[in-house]
Each structure stands twice: as structure tokens, then as C-alpha cells.
Design a protein around this ligand. Sequence first.
Ligand code: AMP
Length: 581
Amino acid sequence: MLVKMEILDVGEVIKEFEAMTKDAENVQRETLKKILEENGSAEYLQKLGLHGRTDPESFKACVPLVTHKDLEPYIQRIVDGPSAPILTGKPITNISLSSGTTQGKPKFVPFNDELMETTLQIFRTSYAFRNREFPIKNGKALQFIYSSKQSKTKGGLIAGTATTNVFRNSEFKKAMKAMQSQCCSPDEVIFAPDFHQSLYCHLLCGLIFREEVQFVSSTFAHSIVHAFRTFEQVWEELCADIREGVLTSRITFPSIRSAMAKILKPNPELADLIHRKCSGLSNWYGLIPELFPNVKYIYGIMTGSMEHYLKKLRHYAGDVPLLSADYGSSEGWIGANVNPKVPPESTTYAVLPNIGYFEFIPLKENAEEQVQDKVISMEPKPVGLTEVKIGEEYEVIVTSVAGLYRYRLGDVVKVMGFYNSTPELKFVCRRNLMLTVNIDKNTEKDLQLAVEEAGKLIAEEKLEVIDFSSHVDLWTDPGRYVIFWEISGEVSDQVLKECCNCLDRSFVDAGYVSSRKVKAIGPLELRVLRRGTFQKILDHYLGLGAAVSQFKTPRCVGRTNHRVLQILCENVAKSYSSTAF
Ligand code: AMP
């Protein structure tokens, strides 16, 4: 019997998005009303004195702005049980572990069916716009997705990373089917207990179904680059497996072996073809379209801390377009990429006005007030979704469908324009990720630009910065910036000295430059790491329960992040001190 497949009606999705964004202010009011009505009985809201009021004005007057730290006691009670309406009306069933790469340890955040539904809404929205420009056939997707371990909390809740909660949800598979985006790997590979084995099998499945693969994706671009770097190491082994139809002995989990045995059959022609194609490439340029001839695009979050990987990704992608995925967090989704033709460096995210209630703290205004009044911690004055101004930067405040009210996400965004009446945001940086010794302020974006500039010097030698991080060293007097680089090959001392000076000069923040000139900040130090150091950092986070799907290399490592700092410092091969000032 032929089963008719439910394919998503993309026209309908776009129509709904158009209507909603034309009326963003009202939709926000309605969304807040719905959230407050559904959760009015929650202990947290009860004691704030809203007394059933659901309008934005009363909400702002009664409910304080909070950070994760403020909510920790409530979340801990949810984690420990017994089940009760603490932050939400309906008790929370799942807990997400955020990646925690910025703070050094994962945070717990509530996850529920409503959050799952908003996740699917974001996926559907960007898919609809994407499919209009880059239609895909009913093939397969090579998705480098991985799950973390799921555990039970003391209170009996299921805990795992947010992506794991999504991938494990039965609605996820249905939605992927409707979006013609089914993963070519079996569940046993996605949910494998070991990341390295999972990655190897994702690559193998991709090769087996190479003609059918329509796009290559992962949650964050880092995982795609990591996957193809691994491919460079294991491609001959993959070919051998395909030739013989026998999986390498390095895959040890019986569940993965038996799932792979169902799809891996001896195919010497395919093995020869892949071998020929790989041997014919120059430095792996254009690897992705060579392996997957029908691939239409590469998809994953490519903005913010992922921008560093774009160069390598473009190298593997050749002329296949790179499309950035959406903007959100474990705490909730924010916006979708509805202009998929725009290159990742300029990607913006249109906020979906019905997936949460959003406020924005203007950064310029607050900074000016602080200087004039000399008040350090002023109560910030957030504005509403439709009140933001083009060209201004804001910190994002989220009120979610999963029990977070006026929650400071810690991200800085810039308003680039409006889609109907909803803003289109560009991700700028994490607010608390800052290199600072005294009056200087350099964000992760400034750091990335400096690394990009200095990286050009080694690109002339056909080498690249695989990954990078930084630390503010206050043990020395004066304090100074330390930048860590892992490089793809040997570079002469002369060139690395120039890179170090270039990094120092590339921080153009006035506070930094003036402090360097009067030696109130010491010479920047470039430390070159042994190959594999960032893999060790990734493994460290996996050991803490993080999932590769959500991994973001920590760009500014604070003193409290002992273990990561230790890994970095223990693996220094060479170091250089700047003579730029
Ligand atoms: P997690 O802590 O793992 O939930 O990651 C959420 C964080 O990842 C967000 O708060 C952002 O800092 C970052 N992020 C998520 N989506 C994007 C995006 N599209 N562009 C840049 N950064 C993003």
C-alpha cells in the first residue's frame, strides 16, 4: 500500500508569517496574554502581584528582569521534585542543559511541549523561505547531529541538552519528514553513546546515500567543519568499509554495528569512485559537491562565534551556497533566517512575534546614562519588540513559553531593518564575553576580527588557524591579553612574531590602544598550541554532559574556567610577545 507523505505547505507557512509580522505589536500582546494565562497559577508569578493582569505595562511593573542565577533556586526545586507548578502552570517534564561553553559549566533550563512546538515553528518558517529559493527534492539530508546522554534528575525529570530533547522528541522526525529533510543516518548513529563512532557512521551513511543527499547540515557550523576535517583523516578507511561491506572494528557498540549492517553492503564501484574523487582534489577544495553531487546547500548556524569556520567551510563547499540557520538558545527561540540568499556574514534573523514575548535593553542609552550620572548599576529600561531602532544595539530579554519571565539572555544584537513590523536582528556577541584589563573593552567579535587579520599572514603560506581562544592574564603587572592559536602546520618564528604584532595592533578599541601606548596593558602574547588541543577541550565538555551539536569553542576563558585554561596552558608549543607598541 502506498502511504501518502504529508509534505509541508510552504506557501501556507509564509502566508502565516506575513500576517503575523504585519501585526507584530498585537501578536506580542496576545502572546504575553497567553503565556501569563497559561502560567498564572505558577508560584513564581503568583507572588509578583499581577492578580490576573496580562497587559505589557502591568507585566513590566510587577515582574523583575532576571538572570539565570536569580532563577537557579526555582529551577533546582523543579529538578529535585516533587512536581509542582513552580515556574509554569503545567509542571515541567524535561530539563535542558545549555552548552555552558561561555560560563564553563552547563546550566539547567526548563523544556516543555510548548517550547518544542516553537522550535518546530522556527524550523518550518526558515525551511519555507529556504525552499522557495533552493528547492530540494524528496531525498535525504546528511545531518551531523548528535545526542548527549539523557539522565533522570532527582525529581524524575528527563535531562539532556536542548538539542537532544528536540532530536528525541517524536514530533521532530515527523517534522523532518514533512520538510523532506530526513537524516540519512539511522537513530542508533544519531543517539550513539560515543561521539567519534557516531561521526564516522554519519560520514559512512552520507557516502552510501551520496546521490540522494540534498543538503549537509548541523546545528552549529563547527560540527560540519569538524566532520570534514575528520573525513580527511579517515576517508581511506571509509572506502575500505564500502568496498568490503564490513564496518571497521573501531565501531564497537553492538547497536550501531547492527544498524549499520542493514545499510552497508559490499560496493567496490562506489569505493573506487570515492577514492578517485578524493585523490583528484587539490587540498580538499570542493570536497562536499564532489562527494554529494546533488547537494543544494550547506546549512547550520554560521554567525557569531561560528564565523571563524566560514573560510574552511567555503573551502570544502566550493560553489555550494552556505545558508545560516536560525537564532535561538536552550531558553527559547528568537528569530528565523528568512533571507537565505544573504551570505552568512550578513545574515539577519526576523523575530517570530508569537514564539515568546521579547524586550530589548538599549545598550547605547544605558551606557550614556551610566557615564553622566556615574551610576554603575542602573536599572536598565527595555523597549518592546516594535520599538527598537534600526542601527542600534540591544541586549535580548526573553519571556518564554517554558517558564522564563523577563530573562536576560546575555546576547547582544543589532537591529538591521524590519520585516513588515518585526525587527531583523544581527547577532553581535555575548555580552559578558569581554577582554578587558582596565579601560579597554574588546568583544568576541573584536577578537575574531583580530584573528582574521593576523590569520592572513599564515594564509600566504597555505596554512590556517584551526581554532582560537583567549585569556586576560592579570597575574602579570600590567595585565595583558593572551591569544591561543592552533595552526594547521609549521610556521616560521618570523611569521608568528608578525602575527603576534598584528593581533596586538588589530584591537582598535581606544581604551586598548591608549593603555598599550602608556604601558598600562602589557604586550600581547600569542601562544601556539599543539595539534589536537581544541579536540581535548571538546572532549572535556563532552565529559561534562555537553553535546557536540551545541558546542561552541570558548573564546574568552576566564580564571574560573580552571580546566579549560589548564588544557590550553599545558599544550603550548611556542609563545611570542608583541613588540607592536
Ligand atoms: P546554548 O547555550 O547552547 O543554548 O546556546 C545558545 C547561544 O548560542 C545563544 O544565546 C547565542 O549566544 C548563540 N547562538 C544561537 N544561535 C545563534 C545564531 N544564529 N548566531 C549566533 N549565535 C547564536
